[in-house]
Ligand binder design. Structure first.
Ligand code: DX5
Ligand code: ZN
Length: 246
């Protein structure tokens, strides 16, 4: 079992100080940061676009996890892929590290084509996000082309919402689909993940955390939160592994 990881989302960070907010968690050992792109259309809020992603790429040699909460994401893929750069533009990448671009199933009428396009970019994984009301079965026909399934555990569009616990049932549904299709994916949970509900995240691989990491718009606190919560997750998963072995 590879290590489950906390993936800080800068949505709740101080946008006037984004570089320092990201630097704090990177210096604390974080190797994947979640970037929530909202277009004011698929979701009501507007956050930032490819120019901000580009600025972060120039500042940090780590992979980014770009969550596109936008309509017609296929038309915007080139912009974001170029902003993320290729592996050769990012010499600090470690073995096996890739950027991730995730699109929402709900806005992709040509989902297979969209996923294929993401996979043509160098050092890029293709993710598909499912809103709480969207079933896992909607991915059956394209599952073998997906690298990551992002399970929304809140309705997309804002940080700081309470988790919808029933959405966690989809973790085992995705694992069943893995067996059926003989294809492994990463599972990422996004929304309402807190230190107090980490024990409910079962065997999900990546846990996005916005407000719980960036709790008071202070980089030092973000770093301390990240370290604390990753340690707690490691302990929980280790205990779980112990129970399985016994
Ligand atoms: C919500 C975003 C999340 C958000 C999570 O639509 O996709 O990534 O940052 O924030 P918290 O962890 O505060 O629920
Ligand atoms: Zn997100």
């Amino acid at each position: 079992m590879s290590q489950a990881r906390i993936v800080p989302s800068i949505l709740s960070s101080d946008f006037g100080n984004i570089r320092e907010e990201v630097k704090a968690v990177v210096d604390a050992g974080c190797r994947l940061v979640h970037l929530d792109v909202m277009d004011g259309n698929f979701v009501p809020a507007i956050t930032f676009g490819h120019a901000t992603v580009s600025m972060l790429r120039e500042s940090f040699d780590i992979p980014f996890d770009v969550h596109l909460m936008v309509r017609d994401p296929e038309a915007k893929l080139d912009l974001f892929a170029n902003a993320l750069g290729s592996g050769s533009d990012s010499p600090g990448f470690r073995d096996g590290e890739d950027n991730i671009i995730t699109v929402h199933q709900e806005v992709c009428p040509h989902l297979h084509r969209t996923i294929e396009k993401i996979r043509t970019y160098p050092h890029m994984k293709a993710g598909v996000a499912l809103n709480p009301g969207t079933p896992v079965s909607s991915l059956e026909a394209v599952f073998k082309d997906i690298d990551m399934v992002l399970l929304m555990t809140v309705d997309p569009g804002a940080g700081g919402q309470p988790i919808i616990e029933d959405a966690l049932d989809k973790i085992s549904q995705v694992r069943e689909l893995e067996e059926k299709k003989d294809h492994k994916v990463l599972i990422e949970l996004d929304g309402g993940i807190k230190p107090g509900n980490l024990d409910k995240t079962r065997d999900a691989d990546l846990l996005v955390m916005g407000s719980a990491v960036y709790s008071d718009k202070n980089p030092e606190t973000a770093a301390a939160n990240f370290i604390k919560v990753q340690k707690k997750l490691d302990q929980i998963r280790l205990a779980l592994l112990g129970k399985c072995v016994r």
